[in-house]
Design a protein. Structure first.
Length: 267
């Protein structure tokens, strides 16, 4: 299906500066979220359901395709990214790239800022949850560096791909929820953002339940709260690359410490 067959790029509702959050949340660069208000195109409810389903299919490919090592794991990780983007391209045509904007110097600074914010939140909430409910280790982090140099390089490559996929896994549902709430339920833009922000964070936390041995407190409180910061990177910049960059920096910090520990233990 081509873009030209989709609804024309006419805003569903006119907006003013009062519909945006303050400068600490949304920077004043003239950009807005794609797809929720008819720009660059409007996606119908049926198309959004198809996109959200493709996100789930990509996730199933990630968790059900066997990953005996980090080399083999690159395939399901790549499918995790490719499947939802392919479906978005099917329903949105060339406008699927509206998720990704040019990365400027200030965007790189935002990546590091939101990665640092996420680390602080993870440690603060994680310490509280671990003391109250207990916490289970992340197998990817705990096993980092144990497979040799080649496997470790493949781990960094594969996790980088997967973390882009994790942003797609959250941001596409976030935009779908914004559309439903703003265009169909008639809620204000701010209310739609907040509700989509919370629900998509819970969606992300739920996806981590198998990772943390079905520890609900760990998945929803630690991972869900950390997700709030990562989605804020997208809300501020309207650029999935920034959220993905922050996510990659965050996770690679933990992976690198684990690799260093593994090498030190083996020497």
């Amino acid at each position: 299906m081509s873009t030209e067959s989709a609804t024309t790029a006419t805003p569903i509702r006119s907006l003013t500066e009062k519909d945006r959050f303050g400068r600490l949340i949304e920077r004043r660069d003239g950009n807005d979220f794609p797809f929720y208000n008819g720009t660059p195109i409007e996606l119908s409810v049926g198309k959004w359901i198809l996109v959200w389903a493709s996100v789930a299919v990509g996730f199933f490919a990630l968790i059900f395709i066997p990953q005996p090592n980090n080399f083999v794991a690159i395939l399901p990780r790549a499918l995790f990214v490719a499947i939802p983007l392919a479906v978005l391209g099917l329903v949105a045509g060339r406008y699927w790239t509206a998720l990704f904007r040019k990365v400027r110097g200030v965007d790189v600074l935002n990546m590091f800022f939101f990665a640092a914010l996420n680390i602080v939140i993870t440690f603060a909430v994680g310490a509280l949850v671990a003391a109250t409910f207990g916490a289970n280790p992340n197998a990817t982090i705990s096993g980092a560096g144990g497979g040799g140099v080649g496997d470790t390089i493949a781990m960094y490559v594969g996790t980088g791909i997967q973390l882009v996929g994790e942003e797609i896994f959250v941001i596409l549902p976030f935009l779908a929820l914004m559309y439903f709430l703003f265009a169909k339920a008639g809620l204000s833009r701010k209310t739609a953002i907040i509700l989509a922000w919370v629900v998509s964070s819970l969606w992300f936390g739920a996806a981590h339940l198998p990772t943390y041995d079905w520890n609900f407190a760990q998945a929803f409180l630690i991972i869900g709260s950390a997700r709030i910061a990562l989605t804020l990177a997208f809300i501020r910049t309207k650029n999935l690359w920034v959220a993905a960059g922050a996510h990659i920096i965050n996770d690679w910090v933990f992976l690198t410490f684990a690799v260093i520990g593994s090498v030190a233990a083996a020497s």
